[in-house]
Design a protein around this ligand. Structure first.
Ligand code: OGA
Ligand code: MN
Length: 211
């Protein structure tokens, strides 16, 4: 089966671009087809069962360390050519990258993303998706892979701190996509009471380090 490229002119993508331009974030409750959400969830669970997911670290390079008091998720990076479902998702995100570049002139060069599994009790404390020594991460994109019957009591909400002191919570229900400006929106993942699955990724600009 071939992937499903989304034209950068697709109304869904244009809506995300428009939301980012006006608010700095966008939530699309019905972004992925249910079949792709299920396939990605199955792929994530298989990798977890095979021991391929590892405790996520905080920081980068030499200063990376696992700190469960800050984040308790387990992750594995997606690479092209590993699984049909992952390739389809990467292709959709490439359409979004193109739409963001056309609409907002962001010059986004690539997209990196990982599966994330939060075991019951895990959380991720409030943070910005930008490293002090590397500002290439420009737009964050999270797709949720959980069952439709996720309720507010299950926890695991993404809580974004918006301008003006408002907060916005997202229930991590399968198929929902959240996109936000990585350097502008502090956010956290509240403790999940059920296993919580997602693919979390970042559109990056070219680095300005010397070559
Ligand atoms: C992250 C993150 C949010 C979420 O991995 O940096 O903030 O809802 N994830 O999973
Ligand atoms: Mn984050």
């Amino acid at each position: 089966m071939r992937g499903m490229p989304l034209s950068p002119e697709h109304p869904l993508l244009l809506r995300i671009v428009d939301d980012l331009a006006t608010h700095g974030w966008s939530q699309q409750d019905i972004f992925l087809p249910a079949s792709l959400t299920l396939a990605l969830a199955a792929e994530c669970r298989t990798r977890a069962a095979e021991g391929e997911l590892a405790p996520a670290a905080v920081g980068r390079g030499a200063t990376q360390e696992v700190r469960e008091g800050i984040r308790g998720d387990h992750i594995q990076w997606l690479e092209p050519g590993q699984a049909e479902s992952c390739d389809q998702y990467l292709e959709l995100m490439d359409g979004l990258r193109e739409a963001l570049n056309r609409g907002l002139f962001l010059g986004l060069e690539d997209f990196e993303c990982h599966f994330a599994l939060y075991p019951p009790g895990a959380f991720y404390r409030k943070h910005l998706d930008r490293f002090r020594d590397d500002d290439r991460r420009t737009v964050s994109a999270v797709i949720y892979l959980n069952a439709e019957d996720w309720t507010p009591d299950d926890g695991g909400q993404l809580r974004m701190s918006l301008k003006g002191g408002e907060e916005h919570d997202v229930q991590p229900i399968g198929g929902c996509l959240v996109v936000f400006l990585s350097g502008d929106i502090p956010h956290e993942v509240l403790p999940a009471r059920r296993e919580r699955l997602s693919v979390t990724g970042w559109f990056r600009r070219r680095g300005n380090e010397p070559f």
